[in-house]
Design a protein around this ligand. Structure first.
Ligand code: ASP
Length: 584
């Protein structure tokens, strides 16, 4: 090996040892008679010392070395005169006797330091240099550790990791597929999996009753900060289980990860039915680090002459602690917030619960102090609190109030990144109605089983049917989701019919699965957790990109390797493709 030790391990116990180190020149300093070089590798930084008086030739050589040169040095470990308590190697330095330049380096386009001067774009282009920086290195080490702990937890309870194919078949359900043309079968395409869903179900039919895989999934969706076209899931499936068994195992895994990674002991996760989550938080991924639950006020606000509330399907509010002192200007800002086109609320009603027990509201014309007192009572408000109330069509109003609640949580610093509040949202509806296309969609996916006790509603009132489908939500972020699956051909056929598939379409796309169900498919269910998101959360960030070694930018491009790119005409011919070339 080109080293006896790494750059992070030498300390006072190694004094007077002769060592060989290899690494990158982080920076050098000339202090008259002495030259110091910080030598860096993945493990840390070790200070190299050169003495001009006693080793003038070596010292002169050292002074000529540039940043990011790759060096191999031989020397003796000495105790430092001025110690650096901030790093583990800070008590020692190496008095160097030989330097070998293993490779030179151009001056890097940005500084390789914790706080770099490089902008996002240049760092993406030179990602391999960015990866040398500590913050990214720590992120990837964290990712490795989380992956290791996931594997160890699942391995210990008899899960086996099985790979499923990446070249599969395109199906119109779900997000858009990435497709890959097949040369050997002209005019046909593979699709990259959006998830290994059908394969893991087939593994259950194959008898592998506890499967998992840390697996890449591909979805051709418009990108947001926390989305990547390729991302990693912790994908799992189990046979002979009910919902409770799956929740117990993956709650256990999540607790194990928090203990191993963050040294945090989580208590049991609350379970909130979907309908309750929507009623209390207006969201299926509520942030329960703080309260401010929704309180519905239709009954108390009706028939007092305020048409807006009288006409509204839903009147609902939150009580914001200690904000009765908000100024006109602050309140106006909140009104603007809910009126943004994305939220589209018409207005916002406020009630200040003054410290003296009186109330001041934006609807004083219509409601007496007693009326307002009744609202405050129902909302559990204290003197000093501010009630914020929205009204209108149920889904829109809940959505707007959800955003307002989160905004108030932010303003009051109630969304602390070092606090973790997980919960299970359970009992999702099986289907959701798509207004634009006038059809039902599977809320989770078409393989999710209806709750057995609601099976009969499937014919008569499908919108009312729930599923044993569940999401793991932590701090308002959906970390994972899964369901108990259909394992019976007739039910699966019925499901496809409901979703608007003709019999031929269903057979063509998912015939293999329904065929498999006829050969002794066991009852089964599973879950998939977003690995990148989970790691980012442990790292205290929302940006999954910082936890992926080579991510894509917001346009789905890898600017380092210039991908995606055009391909040669010969390749197109081989693939029997014609492409409309864009003018350069
Ligand atoms: N395959 C599903 C997904 O990717 C998860 C599951 O149902 O297990 O969301």
């Amino acid at each position: 090996m080109l080293r006896t030790h790494n750059c992070g391990e030498l300390n006072i116990n190694n004094i007077n040892q002769e060592v060989i180190l290899s690494g990158w020149l982080q920076k050098s300093r000339d202090l008259g008679g002495l030259t110091f070089i910080d030598l860096r590798d993945r493990y840390g930084i070790t200070q190299l010392a050169f003495n001009m008086e006693t080793q003038s030739q070596l010292c002169t050589q050292a002074r000529k070395l540039g940043r990011e040169y790759v060096l191999q040095i031989k020397g003796v470990v000495k105790e430092r005169e001025s110690k650096n308590i901030k790093i583990p190697t800070g008590d020692i330095e190496i008095l160097v006797s030989e330097i070998e330049v293993l490779n030179k380096s151009k001056t890097p386009p940005f500084t390789i330091e914790n706080n770099t001067d490089g902008g996002e774009e240049i760092r993406m282009k030179y990602r391999y240099l960015d990866l040398r920086r500590n913050p990214l290195k720590e992120n990837l080490m964290l990712r490795n550790k989380v992956g290791f702990e996931v594997r160890s937890y699942l391995h210990n309870i008899d899960f086996i990791e099985i790979e499923t194919p990446y070249l599969i078949k395109s199906t119109p359900e779900g997000a858009r597929d990435f497709v890959v043309p097949s040369r050997m079968n002209p005019g046909t395409f593979y699709a990259l999996p959006q998830s290994p869903q059908t394969f893991k179900q087939l593994l259950m039919v194959g008898g592998y009753d506890r499967y998992y895989q840390l697996v890449k999934c591909f979805r051709d969706e418009d990108l947001r900060a926390d989305r990547q076209p390729e991302f990693t899931q912790i994908d799992c499936e189990m046979s002979f289980v009910e919902q409770d068994d799956i929740l117990a195992i993956f709650e256990g895994m999540t607790k194990h990860l928090f203990a191993a990674i963050k040294n945090i002991t989580l208590s049991d996760f609350p379970r909130l039915p979907y309908d309750e989550a929507m009623r209390l938080y207006g969201s299926d991924k509520p942030d329960i680090r703080f309260g401010m639950q929704f309180v519905e006020l239709n009954d108390l606000t009706k028939n007092k002459g305020f048409n807006v509330f009288d006409a509204a399907e839903l009147v609902v509010g939150i009580s914001v602690p200690s904000c009765a002192s908000y100024s006109r200007k602050q309140l106006d800002k909140l009104v603007k917030f809910v009126q943004r086109p994305q939220l589209g609320a018409k207005g916002l009603v406020y009630v200040k619960c003054n410290e003296d027990g009186s109330f001041k509201s934006s609807v004083d014309k219509f409601y007496t102090q007693d009326d307002l007192q009744a609202w405050a009572n129902k909302m559990g408000a204290q003197a000093g609190d501010l009630l914020l109330i929205l009204s209108g069509e149920t889904a829109h109003t809940r959505n707007a109030l959800n955003e307002l609640r989160l905004e108030m949580g932010d303003r009051l610093n109630l969304r602390d990144n070092s606090v973790f509040a997980p919960l299970w949202v359970v009992d999702f509806p099986l289907l959701e109605w798509d207004e634009d296309n006038n059809r039902w969609h599977a809320m989770h996916h078409p393989f999710t089983a209806p709750k057995p006790e609601e099976m009969s509603l499937l014919e008569t009132d499908p919108g009312k049917v729930h599923a044993n489908a569940y999401d793991l939500v932590i701090n308002g972020v959906e970390i994972g989701g899964g369901s108990i699956r259909i394992h019976n051909r007739e039910v699966q056929e019925q499901m496809f019919k409901l979703l608007g598939f003709t019999e031929t379409e269903a057979k063509e796309q998912f015939g293999f699965l329904m065929d498999a169900f006829e050969y002794g498919a066991p009852p089964h269910g599973g879950i998939a957790l977003g690995f990148d998101r989970l790691v980012a959360m442990f790292g205290g960030s929302d940006s999954i990109r910082d936890y992926i070694a080579f991510p894509k930018n917001n346009s789905g491009q890898d600017v380092m390797i210039s991908s995606p790119s055009e391909i040669a005409d010969t390749q197109l011919d081989e693939l029997s493709l014609t492409v409309k070339k864009t003018e350069k």
